[in-house]
Design a protein. Structure first.
Lengths: 320, 320
């Protein structure tokens, strides 16, 4: 089968179709999304070697459990042991011996087929089209913030970053009745946010915005985002950090200590919340798709993502 | 009067005795303590210019309220407006227009006399000697952690750093029934902690200690402490950061995001808890005093602190 393989440089390769192990399903990939983390992996993040890709929707084509055959599914990306304390606490996403699809020691979904444990799969309801279902993984990551931080409706929240993840986070928090302002440089992406009823502000607003927000979500994907977040957050406020990047960030910890800021790392979330949001039409993802490339043109898709002011870029494998 | 003045370099100066403003008291300083923050100010932290010193015990010698005259007092170091939202919420320590004694725009206590608003003063109970009362400010800062983080008795807590603040934090948390381990390089300070019934471990324990603690308090006073804390903390755990230093810290935010760590800045605390702990003899501070210098030998005291493996160094002004 064809796959986008990374071994220090990215290439389209012809590789063997994977074989599902015990308890696993073989899934034909219908649509996959490129994430900021994929771009960071190309720079060296997590030292990954293998087939990239962790955002996908697919169809089960091989599986011990016959009821799953032919079903359209999305898949949780952390493959955990199921036996350690974290797994027993329901925190398999933090299992110390986990692999992570397309990120840590396990092949991902930028391929015609992928395998995952059956326990990782969620069936996609009929009312969610492929083009929306492919957003379940990043939408779950956005929703994770609600599992970690209590956000009363009166609280003012800034989301920094007008990228794919930032616009999902802003919608999820807005839907949760928080007072959300998307803060970024002015541009067409902020106009999009405004059309969805979100407040927007320019990051160049400077002192006007300083220390104005009890909660700030950093979703810029850049080390500079943390300094911006610390600029916006009020004393005793919380900064939620969503970006993962290859290089360590440097910031003024004095501000963190003096203002008693809480800095909270936030990663993958629960797929069920994301599926519920999409099934009920509570989040707009259709305007987030900038372009869809055939899997065979994957290198071109990465090039497009790196050089264009765009949002989500999708990959579609050819159907056999 | 004599005072230790910093204007880019530290010097003993003869300066005018301060005059208390409306609502203020004039306090004769009986004993003052040198803090890590004072050392950072000498390196440029907070760009302070004036008389250093924010840990002290003194006696009220001039005050509109006659009941305070002659009383032995300690003083909260943040001088707030009393009218903004933070002040009304009881968070005057975060008042945006505050001054901070010996740190931000207000003369401190390394002098024969100092002024403070009467509302900042707490009378020291008879059973607390000067040598213990001088620890109220750092002990309150240690206790602040208990206002910010819920620490059930079953939770394993690491305190990194065997300095003045680290040993106070460890005692306060131990007294609160947490399972505390002081983690540092082996030495006489760790022996002291062990004699108080605290568990101790060498920071060189490496992988043995990795990800073993739900809560880690960083009290090293050094930018490297944050990396050590992130090494010790378990996934979804909390790092409390107490150190303030002049230079920005650099650290791997990827670990923070992937393990969903909470990093919490923590600063000044409530003096009443500290006074209660000392009055009831629940915290050992007598073994924390390394040496007491006359105020006139203040430069020598700073030199001693910079060049010796010691704990708290005190300054005592001569009595008129």
């Amino acid at each position: 089968m064809k796959a986008l393989f990374f071994d220090g440089h990215l290439a389209l390769r012809e590789v063997e179709r994977p074989h599902p192990g015990p308890g696993e399903a073989l899934i034909q990939v219908l649509l996959a999304g490129i994430c900021g983390t994929d771009l960071e992996i190309l720079k060296g993040y997590s030292k990954f070697r293998g087939i990239l890709g962790h955002e996908f929707v697919g169809r089960v084509v091989e599986c011990e459990d016959a009821r799953l055959l032919g079903k359209r599914v999305v898949g949780e990306i952390n493959i955990s042991c199921g036996e350690c304390d974290f797994c027993l606490w329901g925190l398999g996403r933090h299992c110390p011996t986990r692999t992570v699809m397309g990120i840590v020691n396990r092949d991902g979904a930028f391929a015609e087929f992928v395998t995952l444990p059956v326990v990782n799969l969620h069936e996609v309801p009929r009312e969610i089209p492929d083009e929306a279902a492919v957003f379940v993984e990043p939408l779950a990551a956005a929703g994770e913030i609600l599992e970690q931080v209590r956000i009363p409706p009166s609280v003012h929240v800034a989301v920094i970053g007008d990228g794919r993840l930032g616009l999902l986070v802003a919608q999820v928090l807005h839907n949760n009745l928080a007072q959300v302002t998307v803060v970024c440089k002015y541009g067409w992406k902020l106009d999009l946010a405004r059309r969805w009823g979100l407040k927007v502000a320019s990051i160049d607003g400077g002192e006007m915005l300083a220390r104005r927000f009890s909660i700030v979500v950093e979703a810029t994907g850049s080390p500079a985002g943390l300094d911006q977040a610390l600029h916006l957050v009020a004393p005793r406020g919380t900064v939620v950090m969503k970006s993962t990047f290859h290089n360590p960030a440097q910031f003024d910890t004095g501000k963190l200590v003096v203002d008693e800021i809480t800095l909270l790392g936030s990663r993958c979330g629960d797929f069920r919340r994301a599926l519920g949001l999409l099934a009920r039409g509570l989040v707009n993802v259709e305007h987030l798709v900038s372009k869809t490339f055939p899997l065979e043109s994957g290198l071109e898709a990465f090039e497009f993502l790196n050089t264009t002011s765009c949002l989500k870029v999708l990959l579609v494998p050819s159907r056999p």
